[in-house]
Design a protein around this ligand. Structure first.
Ligand code: 2AM
Length: 189
């Protein structure tokens, strides 16, 4: 099954981020495949296709990793694009995170390497994907996006408390991906 490890977002944050995407859409930005609000999350590790035994391994080991952490706060602030404004592919909301998020991601990376999941070849850059740029994204959209990115640092700021990490299954459909929560692994209180 196709799976990934992520920080699940509360409904109200997903809703606010969905509204943010809706505002960008209403400003006339076209050529973006928007992430459905209920799918908005922070990816820690994309696993690709994994076996049922690997899910069992994660069910056993992820809680041990999670227990070593205490709850922390994430701040969501500003918009950006990967890999850069000249050829944007992913439109994201920035994440300002404390050191434990990076430690957690590193621990998860080490755990999943034991399953044979290939390591990331780029440093972890926490972000929340809002939309993916499509082939019909034109020069007008490019100009509009540039303006929106410049304005974005002052338009919103959200915070959320993180106290668990989750394994999700991802099923791909012509209408888009559907994510199913497999389990949460809780931090220590
Ligand atoms: P993203 O948040 O950086 O876009 C679930 O599919 C998540 O896994 C996506 O939100 C995406 O993270 C990440 N993902 C999907 N396909 C991927 C791939 N081929 N390589 C790396 N990460 C991927």
């Amino acid at each position: 099954m196709r799976a990934f490890i992520a920080i699940e977002f509360p409904k109200d944050i997903q809703h606010q981020l969905g509204n943010l995407a809706q505002n960008l859409r209403s400003s006339g930005l076209r050529g973006v495949r928007w992430v459905a609000p209920e799918n908005i999350h922070l990816t820690l590790k994309f696993l690709g296709d994994i076996k049922t035994e690997s899910v069992q391994f994660l069910t056993h080991h992820l809680p041990t990793i999670a227990k070593a952490y205490s709850p922390f706060t994430l701040h969501l602030h500003g918009l950006g694009v990967f890999p850069g404004l000249r050829h944007p592919r992913v439109l994201w909301v920035g994440v300002v995170a404390p050191t434990p998020l990076f430690d957690l991601q590193r621990d998860i990376e080490a755990l999943t390497q034991r399953l044979g999941v290939p390591p990331e070849n780029r440093p972890f850059t926490p972000h929340v994907t809002l939309g993916r740029i499509q082939a019909d994204f034109g020069p007008q959209d490019q100009a509009l996006l540039e303006t929106q990115l410049q304005a974005s640092t002052s338009i919103f700021h959200m915070s959320l408390q993180v106290n668990q990490v989750a394994l999700f299954r991802s099923d791909l459909f012509p209408t888009g991906a559907r994510y199913t929560l497999l389990f949460h692994a809780d931090f220590s209180e």
